[in-house]
Design a protein around this ligand. Structure first.
Ligand code: ASP
Length: 317
């Protein structure tokens, strides 16, 4: 993959997938009663005058509410991102997305590609028709980050902040400032189009690579998430086993702790060949490794641990 500073690399490719950023409502005062994924990515770009000064290309990859994101769209998206990044004239890729599963798509792209050029996801909490829509500023900021010389890897630009795919979490269901980096580890802020880096971007782990996606979609592993809570027993695990499951991520309490019956059920699943990862239902912090306990997902949130396990199982087959 080419270097960010490649000569003449001045093109930013914007890929549209839908979401509230492309949503419309009947009433401009209505911030919640809208339909996501109504406007094409080119319309979104045309609504932002400063973007006329940039060399841009747009492409509609999907048009969906990200609560319905699926493996087929993920595969199509990651392949197109990879193809665009391989073009010498491309300095970065921006992806417009819904906020609901943004962190899963971002983590998936990072772990498959670990790109050296920037791949910047952005979104909006309010539809394009809202009195104070947040989408245009977020998209403009995302393009500025994609064109920044220090940017690399999968980043998320939202509400003036830049997050890494590993740290990002959606933390609010309604507020415009809906995302945060776990443990306060924001990568940068965008101020009047300028990117001010706050921390060094972590070195990427070896990516899984596109090869793991070759398996037919209908044979991709089934990885489910369950939770420890007061009175948790093993019945959910047993129900999933009876339906057929390849991997289980448990969102444990605190440092990944599990009730006795839930732990026993998960160990029985593991003994039957089901891969198990233990994460935490806390908003931040790792699950520490222990030889006595089920495998830890480290500092990954349950949804990202599920992506990691999915890719691990795909790579193993
Ligand atoms: N349900 C929407 C989506 O994820 C929410 C949003 O984009 O803010 O597509």
């Amino acid at each position: 993959m080419q270097n960010t500073n490649e000569l003449n690399a001045d093109l930013v490719v914007i890929l549209g997938t839908g979401g509230t950023i492309a949503g419309t409502a009947q009433d401009a005062a209505d911030n919640v009663g809208y339909r996501a994924a109504q406007l094409g990515v080119l319309e979104l770009v045309r609504a932002i005058p400063p973007l006329a000064q940039r060399r841009l290309e747009t492409e509609q990859i999907a048009q969906l509410d990200s609560k319905d994101m699926d493996f087929a769209t993920w595969r199509k998206l990651v392949l197109r991102v990879s193809e665009h990044l391989a073009r010498p004239e491309v300095m970065g890729v921006v992806i417009t997305h819904g906020t609901d599963t943004l962190e899963e798509t971002a983590y998936f792209l990072q772990r498959v590609l670990a790109p050296t050029k920037p791949v910047v996801l952005t979104a909006a909490m309010r539809p394009a028709t809202a009195l104070q829509t947040d989408g245009p500023q977020n998209l403009l900021d995302a393009v500025n980050v994609a064109a920044d010389a220090q940017a690399r890897g999968v980043l998320i630009v939202f509400s003036g902040a830049v997050h890494s795919a590993e740290q990002l979490r959606k933390v609010h269901s309604y507020r415009v400032d809906a995302f945060a980096s776990a443990d306060g580890a924001r990568a940068a802020v965008v101020e009047e189009g300028r990117v001010r880096w706050l921390s060094q971007l972590a070195t990427s782990r070896t990516p899984f690579g596109l090869g793991v996606l070759n398996r037919p979609l209908q044979t991709w592993p089934r990885v489910q998430i369950l939770m420890n809570h007061v009175g948790a027993d093993g019945s959910v695990v047993e129900a999933l086993l009876s339906q057929g499951v390849d991997g289980l991520v448990v969102a444990g309490t605190g440092n990944g702790s599990l009730s006795l019956p839930l732990e026993a059920a998960l160990r029985a699943a593991q003994a039957q060949g089901v891969a198990v990862l233990r994460s935490t239902r806390c908003d931040a912090g790792p699950v520490t490794e222990s030889d006595q306990a089920l495998p830890s997902a480290g500092a990954l949130s349950p949804v990202k641990a599920r992506v990691e396990l999915l890719l691990t199982l795909l790579a193993a087959n």
